[in-house]
Design a binder for this molecule. Sequence first.
Ligand code: C2E
Ligand code: SIN
Ligand code: SIN
Ligand code: SIN
Ligand code: FE
Ligand code: FE
Length: 410
Amino acid sequence: MTTAGKLSKIIDLGLEMNQVKDLDILLDRILSEARKFVNADAGSIYIRRRDKLEFSYTQNATLQKSLPPGKKLIYSSFTVPINNLSIAGYVAGNGVLLNIQDAYRLPEDAPYSFSHDFDKMSKYRTQSILTIPLTTKRNEVIGVLQLINAKNRKGEVVAFQKSMEPMILHFASIAANAIERANMTRSIILRTIEMARLRDPKETGAHVQRVASYSVAIYEVWAMQRSIPPRDVERDKDILKIAAMLHDVGKVAIPDIILKKPDKLNDREFETMKQHTWLGAKLFSETFSEYDEASAIIAMNHHERWDGSGYPGFIDPETGRPILGFEVSPGKARGRKSEEIPPFGRIVAIADVYDALSSSRSYKDAWDEDRILETMRMEAGRHFDPEMIDAFFFSLDVVHNIKERIPDTD
Ligand code: C2E
Ligand code: SIN
Ligand code: SIN
Ligand code: SIN
Ligand code: FE
Ligand code: FE
């Protein structure tokens, strides 16, 4: 690609990145594109939280190749202090790019050292490393982008070309601004949920983030098995992630006495509770974007069941009344069944029940994992879409990793 070609590609990428609303999905995107740009085998992104860098996302083509199709690399998060002792810390602290030819032969006078831990653990050989600060317009370093092992046309590991540095710095500044924006979106949503939580203490940020992350994990596998084009998957998983976080917002309209009841609900109370589905959908009925539309669909459909015995069924969210022709008893609508339930509804149902059973409530204990998985399996074809349950079990290692990464904080 020519320099002009690369520059115009960066501009397009900038426009695209600014459309991505979810932070995790944005990091995935930034890393893929940056790696393509300089033909890097691997890479990671660190995000700054106060005076530390948090290892937030990683990709590695070589290690990925050793996994079966659709499986993901599982990594654990760790933090690095921002000081001159590590490569990422040095780059964040000084706001400068660092282009290292060989991690195992650093200059004698370098203040930083290379941590061999990752290579030892994964049997990977890191050689060339290009580490770039993610600096926003306001000159704030919000993280670090690290690209590992540039490859030449023959697939041999080489140094990162010095001539690429200005371009990648430019890319990094666009990425930094997109990250800042996604962070803002996330905090607005989490604040909305925090508001709901003032009313309903069990409606936690951690819970909604887990449900949303599980949903994306299931969707990715399901979409791959259905050969949905990767471009559509990229877009849809961002929409799903945001909308799934809002699945229960309709609970803000449920009276305190029911919402906060420390015991089992009686039948009448449960009937009221069921309204959180269409009440949530109603909040998004003025659809301004695909995000609003998906949020309405998920709020409406996350308690439908594959066998048709779920709720609320064919209800008009504006009135809460059954849609003409679907009334089965006074005020009650027929439940949606199987493919009548939109895919996002079927996915969030699985994620929500898995997380609900994993959590304790004032009126029930958390279940142990074996019992939960047995139930999830047994409910395939009853509560849940069997294909999606297969996708859920396929991504179980990712699900467990999410559970560890997003613990309940209080
Ligand atoms: P939730 O806590 O988010 O639960 C989501 C779904 O997970 C439930 O939908 C149900 O399908 C499943 N689930 C959760 N806990 C259990 C459990 O202990 N056993 C079984 N078999 N399934 C479980 P569901 O039943 O439609 O409930 C919707 C929401 O209504 C719940 O959301 C919760 O906020 C509330 N709720 C349901 N039952 C009670 C209750 O007995 N007491 C109180 N205070 N709230 C309840
Ligand atoms: C909630 O906290 O009310 C949602 C429960 C869950 O889905 O785990
Ligand atoms: C149930 O379906 O058993 C009630 C759900 C809950 O306890 O949250
Ligand atoms: C469900 O999938 O319906 C929740 C678990 C259960 O009912 O046993
Ligand atoms: Fe719900
Ligand atoms: Fe929920």
